[in-house]
Design a protein around this ligand. Structure first.
Ligand code: FRU
Length: 467
């Protein structure tokens, strides 16, 4: 059954679901999360006419990956988000299997959404259309229909348009899979958002000598940062390495030079964007004052997500906190946006042996930690972080079979900055040189405990609830 015929069920689900979700002790208090159902990728992230808009992949009808709509939040300051009416639902022939991910642009003052209309056929095949929708006078969105069919030489997996303007032209990157089932990023150019010319493959298998780079690249985003071009994307099918790419699907970045006249991107190696258990499909935009801001989905599409206990309360997944990006000495740095400091309550400071440190309430918490030797941070006996000379190990039990799982960040750890929100932890290492984002499902009230003989220097704040 298609979603439109179930429209009354959607209203019911939202009305009934929200109180249930809010009662869940794991429901975030300062991160955006769905009022009911499943949320995945951030979409259409933009500052437009004095407000930030953040759309998201949303199945309001259940905690599985079906019926993808575009949910919508808006915010004045990137901290306090308000729910807006649903922006897109899959009610046309060309998007009947889902209004898949995409971006938003300001086209002469008109907020315009660029998204993928996904169509699945009974024989298991699929096609995809890149589509437009524009905001109307009521704040809702009118679909303008497809502007780009499936290009030749690729399978039905061509999606996730990220569109931006440069020197008076529109550009679009798309994630794609070629006929040999290899992942690519395609570039297009347009004068008016309606007619698009192919400029070729700018990244993926065979470009810049890259081999064995997975079978599909999702959610590309190309932007300039401090004079360097950065491409973020999610290559599916990358081989796991001992210390990286350990999630079912990773998010990566690479940097280099983009030649606009020949539309070629000469880039360096792939790097993992976030080394935690849950992080995928990030998207960036420019803030009102020109900072490059990234938000990611604190989730990964895999079997383990379907075991998360919040599903019993009718909702699943949340966003990361917005992060400011910087590029220094060949490295991408990510830090929580400075606006988040507005949520801080009274500041506390403490120094001494880790074993003697105060226990902190993990509900809504920010702390910074400077370790003077190997220390452990125990998040409610559910998630364990250890710092040693090699770097960081983050451990938790598999929801599937109870096995201990580990994620790694390798390098010397000078400082940590950690953000907690009921069922999530975001760990920023060395002023943003590395990040590990993870969900965990402790019993509340939950405590963060510090363990080890070395001296630690702590600053900590409890954070105000704002969602
Ligand atoms: C990434 C993704 C996108 C797609 C969307 C569908 O998580 O698979 O490629 O557009 O999710 O919800």
């Amino acid at each position: 059954m298609t979603l439109p015929s179930r429209w009354p069920a959607v209203l019911q689900a939202v009305m009934k679901g929200q109180p249930r979700a809010l009662e869940d002790s794991h429901y975030p208090q300062w991160h955006p999360a769905p009022v009911t159902g499943l949320m995945n990728d951030p979409n259409g992230f933009i500052w437009h006419a004095g407000r930030y808009h953040l759309f998201y992949q949303w199945n309001p009808l259940g905690c599985d990956h079906r019926y993808k709509c575009w949910g919508h939040w808006s915010s004045e300051d990137l901290v306090q988000w308000q729910h807006e009416p649903m922006a897109l639902m899959p009610d046309e022939e060309y998007d009947r299997s889902g209004c898949y991910s995409g971006s938003a642009v300001d086209n002469n003052g008109v907020l315009t959404l660029c998204y993928t209309g996904n169509v699945k056929f009974d024989d298991g095949s699929r096609t995809a259309w890149q589509c437009l929708a524009v905001q109307n006078a009521d704040g809702g969105f009118d679909k303008l229909g497809p502007v780009l069919p499936l290009p030749e030489g690729y399978t039905g997996h061509v999606r996730d348009p990220k569109v931006w303007q440069h020197n008076g032209s529109w550009y679009m990157v798309l994630g794609a899979q070629d006929q040999q089932k290899r992942g690519k990023v395609l570039l297009y150019k347009s004068a008016d958002l309606h007619t698009w010319d192919a400029c070729g493959e700018i990244a993926g298998h065979g470009v810049n000598g890259l081999q064995d780079a997975g079978y599909m690249w999702e959610c590309p985003d190309l932007f300039e940062l401090e004079g360097t071009q950065v491409l973020i994307c999610c290559p599916q099918g990358l081989a796991r390495e001992p210390h990286r790419y350990l999630n079912t699907y990773p998010a990566t970045w690479m940097s280099g030079d983009f030649a606009w006249d020949s539309a070629t991107f000469s880039h360096g190696p792939l790097h993992e964007l976030d080394a935690g258990f849950e992080f995928y499909a990030p998207q960036t935009t420019l803030s009102a004052d020109g900072r490059r801001i990234l938000i990611g989905w604190m989730g990964v599409p895999d079997g383990e997500e379907m075991l998360q206990p919040t599903r019993e309360h009718g909702w699943i997944h949340q966003m990361t906190c917005p992060r400011e990006l910087n590029f220094r000495e060949g490295k991408l740095y990510q830090l929580p946006i400075r606006e988040l400091a507005r949520l801080r309550e009274q500041e506390h400071q403490w120094q001494g042996h880790a074993d003697d440190a105060p226990r902190l309430d993990a509900g809504r918490l920010e702390f910074t930690l400077i370790p003077d030797g190997p220390v452990n941070v125990n998040f409610a006996d559910t998630l364990w972080l250890s710092v040693d000379e090699q770097g960081i190990q983050l451990r938790r039990r598999s929801l599937e079979n109870g096995d201990m799982l580990t994620r790694y960040w390798c390098g010397k750890v000078a400082s940590l900055r950690v953000l907690c929100d009921r069922s999530s932890v975001e760990i920023f290492i060395n002023d943003g040189e590395g990040v590990m984002s993870s969900r965990y499902f402790p019993e509340h009230p939950a405590q963060v405990r510090f363990e080890g003989a070395p001296v630690i220097t702590l600053r900590y704040w409890s954070l105000r609830a704002c969602m």
